[in-house]
Design a protein around this ligand. Structure first.
Ligand SMILES: Cc1ncc(COP(=O)(O)O)c(C=O)c1O
Length: 445
């Protein structure tokens, strides 16, 4: 097994033609390959043998760091014991164990878990649950959803419909009907360089009342938001905003879905953003950190009332015509159980919370560097927004991504924002090192 001190490891590049890579400039990549073949803790190793500091936790998912031996062993043991058991009408122990562990961690009242394979599937599942829930209760006319501009809810048709990132929607036709969007909460004029949650903007939640009035509450099934929008560039909810959204949904009998695919499992310094913000939705979607990125898995967590509403009809009848061959897959469930144990044993959620100030200090020290127009932080999620190069949006951040990579640092960019979401095991010195690399690049470009 590698340790942090391992330096030079290189591999021959694979043949690359056949792989159509997701969300990637395929032609550029294949001419300028960046292939990762090993990982351990905070580090990954590239094909040309370089050791890279991973300040994005894979893709906001490896919250326990890479290849934690306890998680690796749980997956290996599970693969040897039970590879797969039919997911419909049969069960296996780890899925039940995981549902209990997860709901123990969830906010009070959220006490059931439905397993899926990804964040996108979690979102579509939550939307279908919401529609069916209203219908079972005799309110089948509640079919509309309200998402938010600049929201990211994965790439299923449900997710792109409620999502608000235009490139992800542009090519794909009419999507789901009956979807409206709240305004996003990002405002540089009022909130640039806020530490933590910005103080301006609670009133942006009032727009929900206007949208509801336009469509009439009786037609609205659910509202879905990320507590902190991650993929669109770490957009923070203004203080009081989420509470207000909760109050408005409750008042009108509308389901509130928090998409916690990024926020859950310590990213905000608690098990769920819902807990840190003290706002409990009706449904939460999760994935990524659930298995610390080791095996694909997501979970939709719901209030007991939702589960109970479905548990009617003839004995033995299927209550929810939905599920995946790999819902609660044994390897994923074993990985998730072990991951939750690692989070608890190593107290990683509190570790993230205790690093929040240090992380904020480091990021905000970039305030006066060239091109920096905003710095945002919360828990162990952070972003530095840059002025775009005129006529070339995204180019500045992308050039920083490439320079970082060449200097042994993995970051994430979206638009002209550079985002950070390190594994919760990150050391203060690694945060400092990251910021100094970014500072040097900003001064040199
Ligand atoms: C908030 C949110 N929802 C859903 C998704 C989709 O997850 P996946 O890529 O696992 O389908 C993501 C992925 O980044 C996400 O950030």
């Amino acid at each position: 097994m590698l340790d942090d001190s391992t330096e030079n490891l290189s591999i021959d590049l694979p043949k690359m033609d056949s792989y159509w890579m997701p969300f990637t400039g395929n032609r550029y990549f294949k001419e300028n390959p960046r292939v990762i073949h090993r990982a351990k803790g905070m580090y990954c190793w590239s094909h040309d043998g370089r050791k890279m500091l991973d300040m994005v936790a894979g893709l906001w998912c490896c919250n326990a760091g890479h290849c934690d031996p306890r998680i690796v062993k749980a997956i290996q043991d599970q693969a040897a014991d039970l590879d797969y058991a039919m997911a419909f009408q049969l069960g296996h122990p780890k899925a039940f164990e995981l549902a209990s562990k997860l709901t123990d961690l969830a906010p009070d009242g959220i006490d059931h878990a439905f397993f899926v394979n990804s964040g996108s599937e979690a979102v579509d599942t939550a939307m279908k649950m919401t529609l069916a829930y209203h219908r079972i209760r005799g309110q089948g006319e509640r079919t509309r959803f309200i998402g938010r501009e600049r929201g990211y809810h994965g790439v299923g048709f449900g997710g792109i419909s409620v999502g608000g990132m235009s490139p992800n929607r542009k090519m794909f036709g009419a999507m789901l009907p009956g979807v409206d969007h709240l305004p996003h909460t990002h405002n540089l004029e009022h909130n640039a360089f806020s530490r933590g949650l910005p103080s301006w903007g609670e009133h942006l939640a009032d727009e929900l009342e206007n949208i509801i009035a336009l469509h009439d509450p009786s037609n609205i099934a659910g509202v879905i938001v990320e507590p902190i929008a991650g993929s669109a560039g770490v957009l923070l909810p203004p203080q009081g905003y989420l509470k207000k959204i909760r109050e408005i949904c409750t008042k009108h009998g509308i389901m509130l879905i928090f998409d916690e695919v990024i926020c859950a499992f310590g990213r905000t310094g608690d098990a769920f953003a819902a807990k840190r913000f003290d706002v409990t939705p009706d449904i939460m979607t999760t994935a990524k950190g659930l298995t610390s990125g080791t095996v694909p898995m997501g979970a939709v967590l719901t209030k007991g009332d939702i589960y109970d509403t479905f548990m009617t009809g003839p004995d033995g009848a299927i209550e929810f015509f939905h599920g995946y061959t790999y819902s609660g897959h044994p390897l994923a469930a074993a990985a998730a159980c072990a991951t939750l144990d690692v989070y608890a044993e190593d107290d990683l959620f509190n570790r993230a919370l205790s690093l929040e100030d240090r992380f904020a200090d480091a990021l905000h020290s970039l305030k006066d560097e060239p091109y920096v127009i905003d710095v945002r932080n919360y828990g162990l999620i952070g972003a530095v927004e840059l002025t775009p190069i005129e006529g070339q949006p995204t180019a500045r951040a992308m050039s920083i991504f490439r320079e970082c990579y060449d200097k042994g640092l993995i970051i994430r960019t979206t638009g002209d924002t550079v985002a950070f979401s390190p594994p919760l095991i990150v050391k203060e010195s690694q945060i400092e090192q990251t910021v100094e690399i970014i500072r040097a690049i900003l001064r040199s470009i």
